[in-house]
Write a protein that binds this ligand. Structure first.
Ligand SMILES: [Zn+2]
Length: 501
Protein backbone atom coordinates (compact mmCIF):
# COMPACT_ATOMS: atom_id res chain seq x y z
CA UNK A 1 0.00 0.00 0.00
CA UNK A 2 1.39 3.33 -1.04
CA UNK A 3 1.67 6.48 0.96
CA UNK A 4 -1.75 7.94 1.61
CA UNK A 5 -2.56 11.25 0.01
CA UNK A 6 -2.37 14.10 2.51
CA UNK A 7 -3.69 17.56 1.87
CA UNK A 8 -1.13 19.43 3.92
CA UNK A 9 -1.10 23.19 4.37
CA UNK A 10 1.46 25.13 2.37
CA UNK A 11 3.93 27.30 4.30
CA UNK A 12 2.16 30.59 3.35
CA UNK A 13 -1.18 29.13 4.52
CA UNK A 14 0.30 27.98 7.85
CA UNK A 15 1.80 31.42 8.33
CA UNK A 16 -1.49 33.16 7.67
CA UNK A 17 -3.37 30.87 10.07
CA UNK A 18 -0.79 31.74 12.75
CA UNK A 19 -0.80 35.45 12.02
CA UNK A 20 -4.57 35.68 12.36
CA UNK A 21 -4.18 34.72 16.05
CA UNK A 22 -0.89 36.58 16.53
CA UNK A 23 0.98 33.25 16.98
CA UNK A 24 -0.93 32.42 20.17
CA UNK A 25 -2.33 28.93 20.70
CA UNK A 26 -6.04 29.05 19.86
CA UNK A 27 -6.84 26.60 22.66
CA UNK A 28 -4.73 27.67 25.66
CA UNK A 29 -3.51 31.10 24.53
CA UNK A 30 0.19 30.24 24.98
CA UNK A 31 2.49 32.33 22.75
CA UNK A 32 4.20 30.00 20.27
CA UNK A 33 7.21 31.95 19.04
CA UNK A 34 10.47 33.11 20.57
CA UNK A 35 14.16 33.66 19.83
CA UNK A 36 16.20 30.49 19.38
CA UNK A 37 18.70 30.04 22.22
CA UNK A 38 22.28 30.94 21.34
CA UNK A 39 21.37 32.72 18.13
CA UNK A 40 20.87 36.33 17.26
CA UNK A 41 18.87 35.87 14.07
CA UNK A 42 16.78 32.73 14.41
CA UNK A 43 13.40 31.96 15.92
CA UNK A 44 12.09 29.00 17.83
CA UNK A 45 8.47 27.85 17.34
CA UNK A 46 6.25 25.53 19.35
CA UNK A 47 3.23 26.29 17.14
CA UNK A 48 1.51 24.03 14.64
CA UNK A 49 -1.28 24.47 12.13
CA UNK A 50 -3.65 21.63 12.92
CA UNK A 51 -6.39 20.41 10.59
CA UNK A 52 -9.94 21.01 11.71
CA UNK A 53 -11.16 18.35 9.26
CA UNK A 54 -8.39 15.80 8.71
CA UNK A 55 -5.83 16.11 5.93
CA UNK A 56 -6.12 12.39 5.09
CA UNK A 57 -8.57 9.52 5.20
CA UNK A 58 -8.76 7.86 8.69
CA UNK A 59 -7.58 11.11 10.26
CA UNK A 60 -9.69 12.74 12.97
CA UNK A 61 -12.85 14.52 11.77
CA UNK A 62 -12.17 13.55 8.12
CA UNK A 63 -14.81 14.85 5.73
CA UNK A 64 -14.95 12.97 2.42
CA UNK A 65 -17.04 15.69 0.84
CA UNK A 66 -14.24 18.23 1.14
CA UNK A 67 -12.19 18.92 -1.97
CA UNK A 68 -8.39 18.80 -1.62
CA UNK A 69 -8.40 22.60 -2.03
CA UNK A 70 -10.85 23.03 0.87
CA UNK A 71 -8.77 20.67 3.00
CA UNK A 72 -5.66 22.80 2.45
CA UNK A 73 -7.42 26.14 2.91
CA UNK A 74 -6.85 28.65 5.73
CA UNK A 75 -10.48 28.04 6.81
CA UNK A 76 -9.63 24.39 7.65
CA UNK A 77 -6.67 25.19 9.90
CA UNK A 78 -6.34 26.15 13.57
CA UNK A 79 -3.15 27.42 15.16
CA UNK A 80 -2.16 25.68 18.40
CA UNK A 81 0.83 25.09 20.61
CA UNK A 82 2.54 21.70 20.26
CA UNK A 83 0.68 20.16 23.21
CA UNK A 84 -2.77 21.37 22.20
CA UNK A 85 -2.08 20.45 18.56
CA UNK A 86 -1.19 16.90 19.61
CA UNK A 87 -4.49 16.55 21.43
CA UNK A 88 -6.36 17.90 18.37
CA UNK A 89 -4.55 15.49 16.04
CA UNK A 90 -4.26 12.37 18.17
CA UNK A 91 -7.34 12.39 20.39
CA UNK A 92 -10.19 12.44 17.85
CA UNK A 93 -12.91 12.68 20.48
CA UNK A 94 -11.36 15.56 22.43
CA UNK A 95 -12.80 18.20 20.10
CA UNK A 96 -15.58 18.18 17.54
CA UNK A 97 -15.40 20.25 14.34
CA UNK A 98 -17.78 22.72 15.98
CA UNK A 99 -15.53 22.95 19.08
CA UNK A 100 -12.49 23.74 16.95
CA UNK A 101 -14.33 26.31 14.84
CA UNK A 102 -15.50 28.03 18.00
CA UNK A 103 -11.97 27.98 19.51
CA UNK A 104 -10.58 29.43 16.31
CA UNK A 105 -13.21 32.16 16.11
CA UNK A 106 -12.65 33.07 19.77
CA UNK A 107 -8.88 33.17 19.35
CA UNK A 108 -9.13 35.41 16.28
CA UNK A 109 -11.59 37.65 18.12
CA UNK A 110 -9.17 37.99 21.05
CA UNK A 111 -6.26 38.72 18.69
CA UNK A 112 -8.35 41.47 17.18
CA UNK A 113 -9.26 43.20 20.45
CA UNK A 114 -5.67 42.88 21.68
CA UNK A 115 -3.99 44.24 18.59
CA UNK A 116 -2.47 47.64 19.16
CA UNK A 117 -3.24 47.78 22.87
CA UNK A 118 -0.91 47.27 25.86
CA UNK A 119 -1.35 43.90 27.63
CA UNK A 120 -4.19 43.82 30.12
CA UNK A 121 -5.95 46.84 28.66
CA UNK A 122 -8.11 44.90 26.24
CA UNK A 123 -10.77 44.03 28.86
CA UNK A 124 -11.26 47.64 29.90
CA UNK A 125 -11.48 48.58 26.24
CA UNK A 126 -14.54 46.36 25.89
CA UNK A 127 -17.61 48.51 26.30
CA UNK A 128 -20.27 46.17 24.99
CA UNK A 129 -21.58 43.81 27.74
CA UNK A 130 -21.83 40.96 25.24
CA UNK A 131 -18.20 41.42 24.31
CA UNK A 132 -17.19 41.53 27.99
CA UNK A 133 -19.10 38.35 28.63
CA UNK A 134 -17.47 36.68 25.66
CA UNK A 135 -14.01 37.71 26.89
CA UNK A 136 -14.76 36.45 30.42
CA UNK A 137 -16.16 33.13 29.16
CA UNK A 138 -13.11 32.72 27.01
CA UNK A 139 -10.80 33.45 29.91
CA UNK A 140 -12.61 30.82 32.00
CA UNK A 141 -12.55 28.10 29.36
CA UNK A 142 -8.87 28.74 28.63
CA UNK A 143 -8.00 28.69 32.31
CA UNK A 144 -9.89 25.44 32.60
CA UNK A 145 -8.03 23.91 29.62
CA UNK A 146 -4.68 25.21 30.84
CA UNK A 147 -5.16 23.67 34.30
CA UNK A 148 -6.49 20.35 33.07
CA UNK A 149 -3.33 20.01 31.01
CA UNK A 150 -1.19 20.46 34.09
CA UNK A 151 -2.78 17.40 35.72
CA UNK A 152 -5.25 15.46 33.57
CA UNK A 153 -6.45 13.47 36.61
CA UNK A 154 -8.59 16.48 37.49
CA UNK A 155 -11.48 18.27 35.92
CA UNK A 156 -11.04 22.00 36.47
CA UNK A 157 -14.06 24.25 36.24
CA UNK A 158 -13.43 27.99 36.25
CA UNK A 159 -16.12 30.53 37.08
CA UNK A 160 -15.81 34.27 37.33
CA UNK A 161 -17.07 35.50 40.69
CA UNK A 162 -17.35 38.94 42.24
CA UNK A 163 -13.84 38.85 43.64
CA UNK A 164 -12.12 37.00 40.79
CA UNK A 165 -12.13 33.53 39.32
CA UNK A 166 -13.11 30.44 41.30
CA UNK A 167 -11.46 27.14 40.43
CA UNK A 168 -13.45 24.02 41.06
CA UNK A 169 -11.10 21.06 41.07
CA UNK A 170 -12.72 17.63 40.93
CA UNK A 171 -10.67 14.44 40.87
CA UNK A 172 -11.71 12.14 38.00
CA UNK A 173 -10.02 9.20 39.70
CA UNK A 174 -8.66 8.49 43.17
CA UNK A 175 -5.81 10.89 43.80
CA UNK A 176 -3.42 10.67 46.72
CA UNK A 177 -2.97 14.11 48.20
CA UNK A 178 -1.72 15.60 51.43
CA UNK A 179 -2.94 18.68 53.18
CA UNK A 180 -0.32 20.43 55.24
CA UNK A 181 -1.78 22.79 57.81
CA UNK A 182 0.69 25.56 58.29
CA UNK A 183 -0.53 28.27 60.60
CA UNK A 184 -1.18 29.35 64.14
CA UNK A 185 -4.70 28.00 64.54
CA UNK A 186 -3.35 24.61 63.63
CA UNK A 187 -5.17 22.56 66.23
CA UNK A 188 -8.61 23.81 65.25
CA UNK A 189 -8.01 23.49 61.50
CA UNK A 190 -6.62 19.98 61.83
CA UNK A 191 -9.67 19.01 63.87
CA UNK A 192 -12.00 20.53 61.27
CA UNK A 193 -10.22 18.68 58.45
CA UNK A 194 -10.25 15.39 60.35
CA UNK A 195 -13.93 15.84 60.95
CA UNK A 196 -14.49 16.60 57.25
CA UNK A 197 -12.65 13.50 56.09
CA UNK A 198 -14.36 11.35 58.69
CA UNK A 199 -17.93 12.40 57.99
CA UNK A 200 -17.95 14.63 54.92
CA UNK A 201 -19.69 17.96 54.65
CA UNK A 202 -18.49 21.36 53.69
CA UNK A 203 -15.36 23.09 54.96
CA UNK A 204 -13.93 26.49 54.15
CA UNK A 205 -10.32 27.22 55.06
CA UNK A 206 -8.05 30.14 54.39
CA UNK A 207 -5.40 29.46 51.74
CA UNK A 208 -2.80 30.97 54.05
CA UNK A 209 -3.52 28.24 56.59
CA UNK A 210 -2.68 25.24 54.46
CA UNK A 211 -0.73 23.80 51.59
CA UNK A 212 -1.96 21.00 49.33
CA UNK A 213 0.53 18.47 48.04
CA UNK A 214 0.11 15.67 45.54
CA UNK A 215 -0.37 17.48 42.23
CA UNK A 216 1.40 20.35 40.47
CA UNK A 217 -2.10 21.68 39.93
CA UNK A 218 -2.36 22.68 43.60
CA UNK A 219 0.52 25.12 43.17
CA UNK A 220 -0.67 27.09 40.16
CA UNK A 221 -1.49 30.75 40.72
CA UNK A 222 -5.12 30.12 39.99
CA UNK A 223 -5.73 27.10 42.18
CA UNK A 224 -3.54 27.94 45.18
CA UNK A 225 -6.14 30.50 45.99
CA UNK A 226 -7.01 32.70 48.91
CA UNK A 227 -9.55 30.21 50.22
CA UNK A 228 -10.02 26.48 49.95
CA UNK A 229 -13.46 25.02 50.03
CA UNK A 230 -13.63 21.30 50.57
CA UNK A 231 -16.89 19.59 49.93
CA UNK A 232 -18.04 16.04 49.65
CA UNK A 233 -21.13 15.44 47.53
CA UNK A 234 -24.10 16.16 49.78
CA UNK A 235 -27.24 14.18 49.01
CA UNK A 236 -30.55 15.90 49.68
CA UNK A 237 -32.67 14.12 52.26
CA UNK A 238 -35.42 14.55 54.79
CA UNK A 239 -34.76 13.65 58.40
CA UNK A 240 -37.69 12.84 60.65
CA UNK A 241 -37.24 12.91 64.40
CA UNK A 242 -40.06 11.26 66.31
CA UNK A 243 -40.26 12.24 69.97
CA UNK A 244 -42.29 9.68 71.85
CA UNK A 245 -43.71 10.31 75.27
CA UNK A 246 -45.04 7.58 77.54
CA UNK A 247 -48.37 9.30 77.48
CA UNK A 248 -49.69 11.29 74.57
CA UNK A 249 -49.19 11.18 70.84
CA UNK A 250 -45.63 11.19 69.47
CA UNK A 251 -44.34 14.45 68.07
CA UNK A 252 -42.99 14.35 64.50
CA UNK A 253 -40.32 16.84 63.46
CA UNK A 254 -39.50 16.88 59.74
CA UNK A 255 -36.21 18.49 58.74
CA UNK A 256 -35.01 19.17 55.21
CA UNK A 257 -31.32 18.80 54.70
CA UNK A 258 -28.54 16.70 53.33
CA UNK A 259 -26.41 13.71 54.07
CA UNK A 260 -22.67 13.41 53.57
CA UNK A 261 -20.25 10.54 53.89
CA UNK A 262 -16.61 10.31 54.92
CA UNK A 263 -14.06 7.62 55.69
CA UNK A 264 -15.43 6.83 59.10
CA UNK A 265 -19.13 7.47 58.94
CA UNK A 266 -21.87 9.76 57.78
CA UNK A 267 -23.61 12.90 58.85
CA UNK A 268 -27.18 14.04 58.38
CA UNK A 269 -28.06 17.67 58.75
CA UNK A 270 -31.49 19.20 58.57
CA UNK A 271 -33.44 22.37 59.16
CA UNK A 272 -37.04 23.17 59.96
CA UNK A 273 -39.14 26.16 61.02
CA UNK A 274 -37.46 28.55 58.63
CA UNK A 275 -34.02 27.46 59.77
CA UNK A 276 -34.70 28.16 63.47
CA UNK A 277 -34.58 24.47 64.26
CA UNK A 278 -31.52 22.46 63.22
CA UNK A 279 -30.52 18.88 63.84
CA UNK A 280 -27.24 17.11 63.17
CA UNK A 281 -26.67 13.41 63.42
CA UNK A 282 -23.22 11.89 63.15
CA UNK A 283 -22.74 8.15 63.07
CA UNK A 284 -19.90 5.73 62.42
CA UNK A 285 -20.24 2.97 59.85
CA UNK A 286 -19.51 0.55 62.68
CA UNK A 287 -22.99 1.41 63.90
CA UNK A 288 -22.35 3.80 66.75
CA UNK A 289 -24.11 7.11 66.97
CA UNK A 290 -21.38 9.55 67.89
CA UNK A 291 -23.42 12.69 68.11
CA UNK A 292 -26.98 13.90 67.85
CA UNK A 293 -27.72 17.53 68.48
CA UNK A 294 -30.80 19.66 68.09
CA UNK A 295 -30.47 23.40 68.18
CA UNK A 296 -32.98 26.21 68.30
CA UNK A 297 -31.94 29.67 67.24
CA UNK A 298 -34.18 32.35 68.69
CA UNK A 299 -31.98 35.21 67.46
CA UNK A 300 -34.24 35.99 64.54
CA UNK A 301 -36.96 36.95 67.00
CA UNK A 302 -34.95 39.88 68.30
CA UNK A 303 -36.97 43.12 68.33
CA UNK A 304 -39.97 41.38 66.72
CA UNK A 305 -43.53 41.99 68.02
CA UNK A 306 -44.30 39.17 70.47
CA UNK A 307 -47.59 38.37 68.75
CA UNK A 308 -45.82 37.83 65.43
CA UNK A 309 -42.95 35.49 66.25
CA UNK A 310 -42.51 32.96 63.43
CA UNK A 311 -43.04 29.32 64.43
CA UNK A 312 -43.47 30.16 68.14
CA UNK A 313 -46.16 27.63 69.01
CA UNK A 314 -44.52 24.81 67.08
CA UNK A 315 -41.12 25.47 68.61
CA UNK A 316 -42.57 25.75 72.09
CA UNK A 317 -44.23 22.38 71.63
CA UNK A 318 -40.87 20.87 70.63
CA UNK A 319 -38.95 22.58 73.44
CA UNK A 320 -41.47 21.27 76.00
CA UNK A 321 -40.75 17.71 74.85
CA UNK A 322 -37.00 18.11 74.76
CA UNK A 323 -36.66 19.68 78.20
CA UNK A 324 -36.81 16.21 79.74
CA UNK A 325 -34.95 13.09 78.60
CA UNK A 326 -37.08 11.52 75.91
CA UNK A 327 -37.19 8.54 73.56
CA UNK A 328 -36.26 9.67 70.04
CA UNK A 329 -36.63 7.71 66.81
CA UNK A 330 -34.82 8.93 63.72
CA UNK A 331 -35.82 8.19 60.14
CA UNK A 332 -34.47 9.63 56.93
CA UNK A 333 -35.77 9.70 53.41
CA UNK A 334 -33.54 10.02 50.37
CA UNK A 335 -35.47 10.12 47.13
CA UNK A 336 -38.14 7.46 47.49
CA UNK A 337 -36.16 5.42 49.95
CA UNK A 338 -37.05 5.64 53.61
CA UNK A 339 -34.64 4.25 56.19
CA UNK A 340 -34.85 4.02 59.93
CA UNK A 341 -31.68 5.13 61.62
CA UNK A 342 -32.57 3.93 65.07
CA UNK A 343 -34.06 4.73 68.42
CA UNK A 344 -32.37 6.15 71.45
CA UNK A 345 -32.81 8.25 74.51
CA UNK A 346 -32.23 11.93 73.84
CA UNK A 347 -31.21 13.98 76.83
CA UNK A 348 -30.96 17.62 75.95
CA UNK A 349 -32.31 18.85 79.25
CA UNK A 350 -29.23 20.94 79.96
CA UNK A 351 -29.91 23.00 76.86
CA UNK A 352 -33.67 22.77 76.67
CA UNK A 353 -34.65 23.38 80.28
CA UNK A 354 -33.42 27.00 80.16
CA UNK A 355 -34.99 27.26 76.72
CA UNK A 356 -38.30 26.03 78.10
CA UNK A 357 -38.13 28.79 80.73
CA UNK A 358 -37.47 31.32 77.96
CA UNK A 359 -40.40 30.07 75.89
CA UNK A 360 -42.63 30.09 79.00
CA UNK A 361 -41.71 33.68 79.70
CA UNK A 362 -42.35 34.75 76.11
CA UNK A 363 -45.65 32.84 76.11
CA UNK A 364 -46.72 34.78 79.24
CA UNK A 365 -45.85 38.10 77.61
CA UNK A 366 -47.73 37.02 74.47
CA UNK A 367 -50.83 36.28 76.56
CA UNK A 368 -50.64 39.67 78.30
CA UNK A 369 -50.03 41.33 74.94
CA UNK A 370 -53.10 39.66 73.52
CA UNK A 371 -55.36 40.44 76.48
CA UNK A 372 -54.34 44.07 77.00
CA UNK A 373 -53.47 44.74 73.33
CA UNK A 374 -50.03 46.05 74.32
CA UNK A 375 -48.05 45.58 71.08
CA UNK A 376 -44.92 44.60 72.94
CA UNK A 377 -41.74 43.85 70.97
CA UNK A 378 -39.04 41.51 72.23
CA UNK A 379 -35.79 43.14 73.33
CA UNK A 380 -33.00 43.47 70.75
CA UNK A 381 -30.99 41.10 72.91
CA UNK A 382 -33.03 37.94 73.51
CA UNK A 383 -31.15 37.20 76.76
CA UNK A 384 -32.86 40.29 78.18
CA UNK A 385 -36.13 38.32 78.17
CA UNK A 386 -34.87 36.28 81.11
CA UNK A 387 -32.91 39.08 82.77
CA UNK A 388 -35.95 41.33 82.85
CA UNK A 389 -38.56 38.73 83.73
CA UNK A 390 -41.90 40.06 84.90
CA UNK A 391 -43.53 37.87 87.51
CA UNK A 392 -47.12 38.10 86.42
CA UNK A 393 -48.36 34.72 87.58
CA UNK A 394 -51.32 36.11 89.53
CA UNK A 395 -52.34 38.34 86.62
CA UNK A 396 -52.09 35.48 84.15
CA UNK A 397 -54.18 33.31 86.47
CA UNK A 398 -56.75 36.09 86.51
CA UNK A 399 -56.98 36.74 82.78
CA UNK A 400 -56.93 33.01 82.05
CA UNK A 401 -59.86 32.28 84.40
CA UNK A 402 -62.32 31.78 81.56
CA UNK A 403 -60.27 29.01 79.96
CA UNK A 404 -58.23 27.54 82.81
CA UNK A 405 -61.28 25.81 84.38
CA UNK A 406 -60.34 27.35 87.71
CA UNK A 407 -63.56 27.81 89.72
CA UNK A 408 -62.22 29.67 92.72
CA UNK A 409 -60.97 33.14 93.41
CA UNK A 410 -59.45 33.29 96.86
CA UNK A 411 -59.32 36.21 99.27
CA UNK A 412 -58.68 36.90 102.93
CA UNK A 413 -61.10 38.32 105.42
CA UNK A 414 -60.83 39.38 109.04
CA UNK A 415 -63.82 40.22 111.14
CA UNK A 416 -64.14 41.63 114.63
CA UNK A 417 -66.86 39.10 115.25
CA UNK A 418 -67.12 35.55 114.03
CA UNK A 419 -70.85 35.85 113.29
CA UNK A 420 -70.81 38.21 110.22
CA UNK A 421 -68.43 35.85 108.40
CA UNK A 422 -70.66 32.92 109.22
CA UNK A 423 -73.60 34.89 107.82
CA UNK A 424 -71.76 35.49 104.56
CA UNK A 425 -70.95 31.80 104.31
CA UNK A 426 -74.59 30.87 104.83
CA UNK A 427 -75.84 33.21 102.07
CA UNK A 428 -77.16 31.61 98.88
CA UNK A 429 -75.06 31.92 95.68
CA UNK A 430 -75.29 35.27 93.93
CA UNK A 431 -73.70 37.20 91.05
CA UNK A 432 -70.38 38.84 91.82
CA UNK A 433 -68.16 41.33 90.03
CA UNK A 434 -64.90 42.85 91.11
CA UNK A 435 -62.44 45.09 89.35
CA UNK A 436 -58.64 44.91 89.43
CA UNK A 437 -56.50 47.92 88.67
CA UNK A 438 -53.46 46.80 86.76
CA UNK A 439 -50.23 48.56 85.87
CA UNK A 440 -47.70 46.74 83.74
CA UNK A 441 -44.03 47.19 83.12
CA UNK A 442 -42.44 45.09 80.41
CA UNK A 443 -38.83 45.46 79.19
CA UNK A 444 -38.54 48.88 80.75
CA UNK A 445 -41.79 50.26 79.34
CA UNK A 446 -44.91 51.05 81.35
CA UNK A 447 -48.37 50.09 80.17
CA UNK A 448 -51.72 50.94 81.71
CA UNK A 449 -53.40 51.62 83.99
CA UNK A 450 -55.97 49.00 83.03
CA UNK A 451 -59.15 47.83 84.70
CA UNK A 452 -59.90 44.16 84.56
CA UNK A 453 -63.42 43.21 85.52
CA UNK A 454 -63.91 39.67 86.73
CA UNK A 455 -67.46 38.46 87.07
CA UNK A 456 -69.53 35.34 87.62
CA UNK A 457 -73.36 35.04 87.67
CA UNK A 458 -73.52 32.57 90.62
CA UNK A 459 -70.90 32.45 93.33
CA UNK A 460 -70.86 30.80 96.74
CA UNK A 461 -68.39 31.58 99.53
CA UNK A 462 -66.39 28.74 101.08
CA UNK A 463 -63.74 28.58 103.75
CA UNK A 464 -60.27 27.57 102.61
CA UNK A 465 -58.80 27.71 106.10
CA UNK A 466 -58.53 27.68 109.03
CA UNK A 467 -61.75 25.80 109.56
CA UNK A 468 -62.57 27.44 112.90
CA UNK A 469 -63.73 30.96 112.40
CA UNK A 470 -62.75 33.08 115.37
CA UNK A 471 -63.22 36.77 115.96
CA UNK A 472 -60.15 38.78 114.92
CA UNK A 473 -58.45 35.92 113.07
CA UNK A 474 -57.72 36.07 109.33
CA UNK A 475 -59.54 33.47 107.27
CA UNK A 476 -58.84 32.55 103.69
CA UNK A 477 -62.06 32.35 101.78
CA UNK A 478 -62.85 31.21 98.28
CA UNK A 479 -65.45 32.62 95.94
CA UNK A 480 -66.40 29.50 94.08
CA UNK A 481 -68.40 29.53 90.86
CA UNK A 482 -71.46 27.37 91.22
CA UNK A 483 -71.40 24.25 89.02
CA UNK A 484 -72.27 25.22 85.45
CA UNK A 485 -70.95 28.77 85.81
CA UNK A 486 -67.50 30.26 85.56
CA UNK A 487 -65.58 33.44 86.11
CA UNK A 488 -65.11 35.70 83.11
CA UNK A 489 -62.39 38.32 83.03
CA UNK A 490 -62.59 41.23 80.62
CA UNK A 491 -60.80 44.44 80.00
CA UNK A 492 -63.12 47.40 80.66
CA UNK A 493 -62.81 51.02 79.72
CA UNK A 494 -61.24 52.80 82.62
CA UNK A 495 -63.77 54.92 84.52
CA UNK A 496 -62.57 58.27 85.90
CA UNK A 497 -61.98 58.19 89.69
CA UNK A 498 -65.21 59.14 91.37
CA UNK A 499 -64.89 61.76 93.98
CA UNK A 500 -66.88 61.25 97.13
CA UNK A 501 -68.77 64.34 98.05
ZN1 LIG B 1 -1.98 25.36 23.64
Amino acid sequence: MGKQARDDFTEPVKRKIAERVNFHCSVCDAPTLGPKTGTTDERFSVGKAAHIKAAAKNGPRYDEHQTPAERKAIENGIWACATCADIIDRDPDAYSVADLLRLKADAEWVAKIRAGKPPGSELSALSDPTAIKRAVDLFCSRESARHERIDPRFKVGVRMGESGPTYEVTAKETVEAQIVVTTADRERNVQALRDFFNYGGNLLLDGADLRMEGSPLFRTDGVAATRWQFSSNPRPLTMTVVLAEDSGAPLFIELDGSGTQGNKGFRLQGKACGGMLTATLTADYSGGLTDFTIGIDTLQWASKPVNRLPHFSRLQQIVERLAVPIQARILYTHGELESEFGTGRFDGSELFRPLRALFGEIAAIRRLDEFFNLKVALPADITDVMLRQCDMTWLLDLINLATSGEMEVNFYATSGQATPLKTILAAPPEAMTFVHHVDLEIYGRSYGPFDVEVSCPAVGIHVVGPADIEAGATVELAMRAVEGHHWTPRLIARTPERTMV
